[in-house]
Design a protein around this ligand. Structure first.
Ligand SMILES: Cc1cc2nc3c(=O)[nH]c(=O)nc-3n(C[C@H](O)[C@H](O)[C@H](O)COP(=O)(O)O)c2cc1C
Length: 155
């Protein structure tokens, strides 16, 4: 059984859902997940065998708290996951901005609805792939870390 630290950053909560879904897969495969918000102080990888960092994309960037963590724990695997557009939860300016970004990228522009683009089956498969390679790394005492980047224009 491996101890897997799952660190996430989020603004609208979708990446938290992704982190929790990854934790469910980790548990289903007999490992022990710990899910932590990247803004929590003093996060350490000391008590884990591998870590997975989940980071949304906001205006082309990941949240700084997540990036600090990634800087210290260089990921060997990067998975791109489609996120969500939560128009009904955005304030006026955010809604306009996101509609513009969505339009430019061919995504949904009806702001009366929210849209979830995450392929949960693919996320589960990517997590299982990572767990297999992490097991190898742990056996050979190498570090195992993955970055899961979430944005609606990514898939
Ligand atoms: C203000 C804002 C800017 C965004 N910029 C990008 C972007 O540059 N590229 C992208 O793929 N997604 C972008 N997104 C979409 C988010 O990545 C997507 O909604 C993601 O699911 C957000 O995750 P969160 O709910 O964990 O914050 C943006 C969303 C917002 C609200």
């Amino acid at each position: 059984m491996a101890r897997i630290l799952i660190v996430y950053g989020t603004t609208e909560g979708h990446t938290r859902s992704i982190a929790r879904r990854i934790a469910a897969t980790v548990m289903a495969h007999g490992h022990l997940p710990t899910v932590v918000d990247a803004t929590e102080p003093r996060i350490t990888t000391d008590a884990c065998d591998a870590c997975i960092v989940c980071a949304p994309v906001h205006q082309g960037k990941h949240p700084s708290a997540v990036m600090h963590f990634v800087h210290d724990n260089c990921p060997g695997h990067i998975f791109l996951v489609a996120g969500a557009l939560k128009y009904t939860e955005y304030d006026f300016m955010k809604r306009i901005l996101m509609r513009l970004i969505a339009q430019r990228n061919g995504a949904d522009t009806d702001t009366t609805h929210d849209y979830e683009y995450t392929d949960w089956t693919r996320l589960r498969d990517d997590t299982v792939t990572f767990l297999a390679s992490a097991r190898l790394a742990i056996e050979t005492r190498h570090e195992a870390a993955a970055l899961v980047a979430a944005g609606p224009m990514l898939n």
